[in-house]
Ligand binder design. Structure first.
Ligand SMILES: [Zn+2]
Length: 288
């Protein structure tokens, strides 16, 4: 069985080797191949892929899927994920694989909506999987709430005082500072998924006063949210931080502004931050 390597991007699959061979009986990685020689290791979700009998098991952290998992009870009948099997939050790895394995009967195609995590679609037919992702794509881009624009001149003025900070390339990220619902979420709640926790940190540094003092931003903060103004990245941001912040804004802008979202609990955050497998993913991102 071939599984994506931990910390690698699926979009890179056509330009470099990102899949690791795994013994389908034991789940152990096979050695003496390009993946192991490059020091890569199979994804922590290897056991999830092994737990389903289908020929193809696709697992993604789609923002449409994550937003749907957060708004599960309000999904309209027409939503592509309305009838997916819902899996309450489980830690990545064995706990999640076990929850999926015991959740439902296996049929030709199974679709799972993973709370605070993403999606799994398992099928013996690639055509079916393509059809599903086409339907998901058509849901993508719709239902994104518009948000007030950032104050770029003010952000640039702040950067002239603090050159160690940087402006994110993706405009959507500034919604975390200018959209009231996004701002409430990032300032009062833990992140919604393990990826957002690992690559963006548990909370941003928040600033709101007219004269902004950023000398004492803790090293652990990967981004700064300046209320009604915009977002800046700190020197602690990894190569994935801005991508995950864009995804965070995308998810929250899909949620209705009166929704009540269940984010990761304090104990789950502390547990995940102590995992060696998550430290490994972060070290790969910081090495890029
Ligand atoms: Zn995952």
């Amino acid at each position: 069985m071939w599984v994506k390597a931990s910390g690698m991007c699926l979009r890179d699959a056509i330009i470099k080797d990102i899949f690791c061979p795994v013994d389908i009986n034991s789940g152990e990685p096979l050695t003496n191949n390009k993946c192991s020689k490059a020091g890569l290791r199979p994804s922590i979700e290897t056991v999830l892929h092994l737990s389903l009998p289908h020929k193809y098991v696709f697992h993604t952290h789609s923002t449409v899927g994550i937003a749907a998992s957060l708004a599960r009870k309000k999904l309209p009948e027409s939503h592509v994920l309305c009838h997916a099997t819902y899996i309450p939050y489980a830690d990545p790895g064995c706990q999640l694989a076990s929850a999926i394995y015991s959740s439902s009967s296996i049929s030709e195609t199974n679709i799972y909506l993973l709370e605070n995590h993403g999606l799994v679609i398992a099928s013996n037919s690639l055509a079916t999987i393509n059809h599903f992702f086409s339907a998901l794509d058509s849901a993508d881009g719709s239902h994104l709430r518009s948000f007030p624009p950032p104050n770029i001149p003010r952000l640039n003025a702040i950067l002239s005082t603090y050159p160690q900070l940087s402006l994110p390339k993706q405009d959507l990220i500034h919604a975390l500072a200018t959209d009231r619902f996004c701002l409430k979420q990032v300032s009062e709640s833990n992140p919604p998924t393990p990826d957002h926790l690992i690559f963006c940190g548990i909370r941003p540094f928040l600033a709101s006063s007219p004269s902004i003092e950023l000398k004492h931003v803790p090293n652990t903060c990967m981004y700064i949210v300046i209320e009604d103004c915009g977002v800046l990245l700190t020197a602690g941001a990894s190569s994935f931080t801005s991508e995950l912040l864009e995804s965070l804004a995308d998810i929250y802008l899909r949620c209705s502004s009166d929704s009540s979202i269940t984010c990761l609990s304090d104990s789950t955050c502390q547990e995940l931050l102590g995992w060696e497998s998550e430290a490994y993913r972060l070290s790969l991102a910081r090495a890029k």
